[in-house]
Structure formats: structure tokens, C-alpha cells
Design a binder for this molecule. Structure first.
Ligand SMILES: [Mg+2]
Length: 363
């Protein structure tokens, strides 16, 4: 049930007629490239789509600085490419895709949009803040989206012609199209995106450990694991999987297989009204046989490289964060990262109860 693709429209090169005046140093950067909360604004928009399972992010932009910085990048688990508007055509687009405006960040749950797309005769929906009329993000069928624009002219003006069913949602909304909006986002966005984080081990914690699990058909959820993830989502936690996958170094499967399994897991979760914000895996093992991966590394738990990477990617509130795992290595990683480690034992515990109790204690 996952939606794989998201377009982000980037306009405004500082010279468009009627554009608000801004300082000279910013003049040759499109607004979404301006720094907000420690990174270019566009990266918050990319992260928001990636949290809900989008893996193919297309920035629709003419500006060479957008292309040089982002074309071919991998961020938040998603592949990013840059196209000019002429490149947005039926071949490049998937049948259903998200469309976001690069000036707008809406920190809302995107699952209602995805669920709406399963209705018969659905063509497009727009997610709006409860108190506003500017859409935060759209989900549309390819044909409906391309029907709004002349070939090569997909932009915000064309998007405004998209007939989309409105869905209202709670969530922090930032629009940097005006200097005041930019100023407000610079003041607020870092704090508004900061959340406690539940780091979850994978095999033996959210899915049954069958030994080198790497195929979708071998996935068996731990009882109530999707409900446990949903509970964390609703409590406002980032849910981040950190998993040792030494099977890559041992030559049993490759990283693409891990990505496919995680996409399958995400699809299941989305159907169940839940989502995992980010997946991190360690492909290394010192006794491996596959060349670049057969090393001692800093990411294999009990190392904390994956948790540290997550803390660079996501604004994490460490004080309320915790880790759940079924092995000593998980508990050692939690201790080294200075968060509580909850030991999960499939034989004697319910994952949902364990997480419910932790949330009750922290609120
Ligand atoms: Mg485990």
C-alpha cells in the first residue's frame, strides 16, 4: 500500500516578477535552498515524504544549484533526482505520486492521503492544515497531474488547477513563500520537528527471527508489532529501525534485498495505519567474505553508528527516547547511546505491552 514516488516543485530563482525582495546573498538561490533549522528547507520536505515510505524523490527544478547538490543523492533512505519540468512525463511518473510545493513543509500524518487513494474512482487528494487553505501536500494519479499542465509546464500554477478532494489534518505548517513565513519557519521549525525516538531492533523484535530473514515471503510479524508501531506514531515518536545485517558481508543477500524487505514491511504497516520513519542497517561483519563489507565497523551493534546517523538525520529528543531489542548487543548500544534499553523476549512478553508501559512512564 506504499506510495513510492514524490515530486517536489521548486520555483523561484530570485528574479521572478513580483517576488518578494530578499537579501542579495540569497538572490541566486531558489527559496527552498535557503537554510532553515540547520539544513536547506527542501531537506525537511524530502524527509517528511521519506518518513511515509517514499523512496523515489524527484525535485522538479531548473536551477543548476539544485541539480548539482541533489541529483543522484540518497537522503533519509530515499533516492533523489532532479528533473526540469519537461522531464516530468508519463514515462518518468509512477501511477500515483505525492506532489509537494518546495516552499511548504507540513508535518502531518500522510496516511489518510494514501488510504483515500484506495477509494473507487479516486483521482487526487490534497492534505490541508485544519486552519488553512493552502495544501501541504497532494497525492494524485499521474494522468490527473499531467492533465493540469502543458507538457513541460508543471509548476505551482498548474498544480492549482488540480481537482483534489481536501483532507484536513493536524500538524505544524510552514510556508516560506514570504519573508515573514521564512522568518517564522527559521524561528520555529527545529523545535517543532524535534521528537522522542523509539529505536527498534528488527529480527526477533518486530519480526520473527528466522535466521538471515531477507525475503518478503519470509516476513512474519511479532504479534501486535504493527499495533505497537502505530501506538508510537500516535504518541508522536519517530520510529527508527536499526538492524545488523551481517548476511550482506557473508554473501547471503545484498543491500537491495534489504531495501525490498523494508519496503514490503512499510507497505504492510501503512495498510495497518502505521509507518516506520526510517530504517538503518549495518551490512558489515568482520568474518564476512564480500569485500567492502568484511570489516570491523562502528555501526554494527553494540556499536552505535546507526543511532548516531539517525541523530544526524532526525531532530531527536534524547531524553524521552529508548531502544527495544532482543539481544545483549541492543542493550549495550542503548547504554552507549545513553538511552534506556528495553529487553524484549518473545516467549514471555507482549511487544505492545512493553511499549505501552514505556510510553505511560514517559508521559
Ligand atoms: Mg534481534
Amino acid at each position: 500500500m506504499r506510495v513510492n514516488q514524490g515530486l517536489i516543485l521548486i520555483e523561484g530563482q530570485g528574479s521572478e516578477p513580483g517576488a518578494p525582495a530578499r537579501d542579495l546573498s540569497a538572490r541566486d538561490l531558489p527559496r527552498p535552498m535557503l537554510e532553515v533549522a540547520g539544513r536547506p528547507f527542501i531537506e525537511h520536505v524530502i524527509a517528511q515524504l521519506a518518513r511515509f515510505g517514499v523512496r523515489d524523490i524527484v525535485l522538479v527544478a531548473d536551477h543548476p544549484k539544485v541539480r548539482s547538490r541533489y541529483d543522484g543523492a540518497r537522503m533519509f533512505g530515499a533516492d533523489v533526482s532532479v528533473l526540469d519540468a519537461a522531464g516530468v512525463n508519463a514515462e518518468r511518473l509512477e501511477e500515483i505520486c505525492f506532489i509537494a510545493n518546495g516552499d511548504v513543509f507540513f508535518d502531518a500524518d500522510l496516511l489518510p492521503l494514501i488510504h483515500a487513494s484506495r477509494q473507487p474512482h479516486w483521482t487526487a487528494s490534497a492534505l490541508l492544515p485544519k486552519s488553512g487553505s493552502t495544501p501541504g501536500v497532494y497525492l494524485a494519479r499521474r494522468d490527473a497531474l499531467l492533465g493540469t499542465a502543458q507538457p513541460g509546464a508543471l509548476g505551482q500554477a498548474a498544480l492549482a488547477r488540480l481537482v483534489a478532494t481536501p483532507i484536513h489534518a493536524d500538524g505544524y505548517f510552514a510556508d516560506i513563500a514570504t519573508p515573514q513565513g521564512l522568518h517564522t519557519a527559521q524561528a520555529e521549525l527545529a523545535a517543532r520537528r524535534t521528537r522522542p525516538t523509539a529505536f527498534l531492533d528488527r529480527d526477533g523484535t518486530i519480526n520473527v527471527d528466522r535466521g538471515w530473514t531477507h525475503r518478503a515471503e519470509d516476513l512474519v510479524w511479532i504479534d501486535n508489532a504493527p499495533a505497537a508501531v502505530r501506538l508510537l506514531n500516535r504518541a508522536g515518536y519517530y520510529v527508527v529501525v536499526v538492524t545488523n545485517q551481517g548476511g550482506v558481508a557473508r554473501g547471503f543477500y545484498d543491500e537491495a534485498a534489504i531495501d525490498r524487505l523494508h519496503e514490503h514491511m512499510q507497505s504492510h504497516l501503512i495498510a495497518a495505519g502505521a509507518h516506520i520513519d526510517a530504517f538503518y542497517h549495518c551490512p558489515h561483519h568482520p568474518e564476512g567474505v564480500v569485500k567492502p563489507f568484511a570489516i570491523e565497523c562502528l555501526c554494527r551493534k553494540p556499536g552505535i553508528g546507526m543511532l548516531e546517523q539517525a541523530a544526524r538525520d532526525w531532530p531527536i529528543e534524547r531524553a524521552r527516547s529508548f531502544m527495544v531489542g532482543d539481544r545483549d548487543g541492543d542493550m549495550e548500544a542503548a547504554a552507549a547511546f545513553q538511552i534506556p534499553g528495553l529487553r524484549f523476549d518473545l516467549q514471555t512478553q507482549s511487544l505492545l505491552d512493553l511499549i505501552s508501559r514505556q510510553l505511560a512512564e514517559k508521559t
